[in-house]
Design a protein around this ligand. Sequence first.
Ligand code: ADP
Length: 436
Amino acid sequence: MRSIRLFLVASILAALILFNFVAALQGYQSSMREADTLFDNQMLDLARLVSNLDLSNASTRDLRLGNNLAFQIWSESQLLAASHNAPALPLQNFAPGFEYVNFEGYRWRTFTRYEVPLDRWVIVAERTDLRFVLAENVVLQSILPLLLGIPFVGLLIWIIVSHGLRPLQQLSDALRNKGANDLSPILSANSRIELDQVVESINGFIQRLDRVMEREKRFSADAAHELRTPMSALKIQLHNLSEEMDTKHESFQQLQEGVDRMQHLIEQLLSLYRATPEQFINNCETVDLYAITQDQLASSYPYFEVKEQNVELIGSSIEIEADKFALETLISNLLGNANKYTPRDGSIVVSIDDLGDEVCLKVEDNGPGIPEAEKSRVFDRFYRVAGSDGSSRPPGCGLGLTIVSHVADLHQARVEVKDSSFESGSAFCVYFKKKP
Ligand code: ADP
């Protein structure tokens, strides 16, 4: 059984029914004993009554006692008197005391007494099935309410068990509602002793996970940081070299591209690290989204110019609460991608729309776009869409959109990737909460 609640309810109910059954069996046996004593006493009384019958009176010699009682009075082998339903033969073989016999298709209990002064035998008999009926009635009366009450008892147990399992449900809700990046310990305010250990183990596990993740993040950030200085030195050496040798040489160009790529990766790793909630120093202030976008476009302009791309900014001044540095990182990544993935002569439109409650920053282009199946994955770390035609992809490290989504999260903004309004291409929309 997979449900603890169902298991508990079923087993408690089964135990209750079993207990009632055993109690009923016990009750039946003791009722039978009581009924035996009661009826045997009645038979002794009946024997006394029959002994006192006036046998000179003809009507008493063939007395009607009811179908469940019978008697005979014998002297030697002569039947002196008998009830109307008694057989012609002796009811019992003249052994004093109680006995069981069968006649008229029933089982009877008999009591035989020898009366010495009158030299005669008095035999009284009573049908035994009546005793069973009595005992059965007593037991039925006592267990019937219990049987009828089983559904209610079941319901009551269900409610109690559900109540008892509520802390487990609360624990599972607390775990389910935890954000993907929330590695804070679970609070056990309403917990029970039994669950304290589980909560403790989970919290221990979360703590270890937090430490490992922190170490992993710090490692890449530290490595990136350490690589920054030799990378700058390498760039200076390359620059010096470019003045002494032919920069058109293929090896030199490859070297330059490699160094540029490495520097980009290092900077992206550091940006990603800074965009983690633990490292993010919240310097939120009121900023003009339009003005910041305009500045970022201006600084990226040389790249658009090289590819002769047509860039347009639509919108007007609008204020949001944001960390300026993080916002610049987000915008420059979106602009960088639009520039990188849109071919020469392509078009890029950046717009800022006031949607009432929200402000939407949209960067769309007429590049190759992103296949539907890949749209949800492009925000994953190091994920890059593979070129469908096998053509060489623009260089990148797959961290730009991860940084965009982290920065958006830090601002409680959401990012969506859609198809652009051009014939082809993609549109990245970031919805910021509007300043109240
Ligand atoms: P990368 O360093 O590869 O650009 P990103 O995280 O910025 O990493 O982007 C992830 C992937 O999403 C890219 O490899 C690219 O395939 C796709 N992508 C991002 N922006 C665009 C865009 N404007 N047009 C087409 N594809 C894009």
